[in-house]
Design a binder for this molecule. Structure first.
Ligand code: MG
Length: 378
């Protein structure tokens, strides 16, 4: 039996993970569950799955969690999280944003399999995370659908035989919108993604294509490839999730209906595969698969990942922090849609970077970029 610690249990990936655990039971068991603020929702999860530990980020959420009688040990803070991670076999790191980094880092430090849905962990601290994983023998299995696809396709050859990888992007809800229309986009419009159902932050990032830039940085670390061997292709149907081109010109792709439960299940059962499939599949879904180059004039954020990888060091942390601030302002109605990328690009270009950052350097870069982005937003 495999014991899972799920961090980010009440979010979109968290709920999909619970679905997967329900179907894999009793071979896979939810041993502990964590979330940020939704204490009452977490209590319901704790009762259903009879977890041993349930934890939240702060005191208010902890009161809420305890008031709902979760029937297990409860706590808040990193020490409580570390105890749960140490006891688990697999840690699913699925919190949103920079807040997801501590769980990922603890998982690799304890030598666990890290099922990584929190892309910021690699965007902020890729070198640190990989160094630690090498030291402890921890395995990082991506849950991000594009990276899971590439991870699966990599099995068709040796790492030295890889010529390049292709990350596909849906293009978001404004793929065909012109610049004038983009300047009038409202948060409600940006939150309605055409093919994937996701949390608010990643929905906005998909609309600006910033998500693909964060995924570019993530792929650079996961697969150890330089920026000129990572490509982004807009593929509106979201059926082909990623491709690997080998040196002989063969291209191996992973395809399937857009359903996050598939990459989550792959990460929990890898290197085995388990059935039944969640989503039925029909060849009609494959009837029209199209690919086009992303338009960096209308969506400048799509280039920032490449730029951040070339800048190196704390550039990923700076880009992510500036973007988080700008997205937050946009969602509150304080910033027009095109300004999200402007703010993120300006802060990235003006930041002073640290080349081989430790955790404190990363946190300092994150804080400084947030401050800089707030200034840009006013
Ligand atoms: Mg993705």
């Amino acid at each position: 039996m495999v014991a899972v610690c799920l961090v980010g249990a009440t979010g979109s990936i968290g709920r999909s993970t619970l679905d997967v655990v329900r179907t894999l039971a009793p071979d896979v068991r939810l041993q502990s569950a964590f979330c940020g603020r939704r204490g009452a929702d977490l209590a319901a999860i704790a009762r259903e799955f009879r977890v041993e530990r349930a934890g939240v980020a702060g005191d208010d959420a902890l009161r809420e969690l305890r008031a709902q009688d979760p029937g297990c040990a409860t706590g808040a803070g990193e020490e409580f999280l570390e105890e749960a991670i140490a006891a688990a076999d697999i840690v699913v790191s699925a919190a949103t944003g920079a807040a997801g980094l501590p769980a990922s880092l603890l998982a690799v430090r304890h030598g666990k399999r890290l099922a990584l849905a929190n892309k910021e962990s690699l965007v902020l601290a890729g070198s640190l995370l990989l160094r630690e994983a090498e030291r402890t023998g921890a395995e990082i299995v991506p849950v991000d659908s594009e990276h899971s696809a590439i991870f699966q396709a990599m099995r068709a050859g040796q790492p030295r035989e890889v010529a390049r990888i292709v990350l596909t992007a849906s293009g978001g809800p404004f793929r065909t919108a012109d610049a004038a229309a983009l300047s009038r986009v409202t948060p409600e419009q940006a939150l309605a993604h055409p093919t994937w159902t996701m949390g608010p932050r990643i929905s906005i990032d998909s609309a600006t294509l910033m998500n693909k830039s964060l995924e570019f940085i993530e792929a650079h670390w996961l697969f150890g490839l330089p920026p000129d061997r990572i490509e982004i292709a807009v593929h509106p149907q979201s059926i082909v999730h990623g491709m690997v081109e080998f040196v002989d010109g063969s291209i191996v792709a992973q395809l399937g209906p857009p359903d996050m439960r598939v990459p989550i299940q792959v990460a929990l059962t890898w290197p085995e595969r388990r059935g039944p499939a969640f989503t039925g599949f029909s060849l009609a879904d494959f009837a029209q698969l199209t690919f086009e180059a992303p338009d960096a004039d209308r969506f400048p954020a799509v280039r920032f990942g490449d730029r951040a990888v070339r800048l190196g060091g704390t550039a990923g942390a700076v880009l992510n922090a500036a973007n988080e601030v700008a997205v937050d302002r946009f969602l509150r109605g304080d910033l027009p849609f095109p300004a999200i990328a402007e703010v993120a690009g300006t802060v990235l270009d003006s930041a002073s970077l640290v080349a081989e950052p430790n955790l404190e350097d990363i946190q300092a870069a994150d804080a400084a970029a947030r401050e800089e982005a707030s200034l840009c937003c006013t």
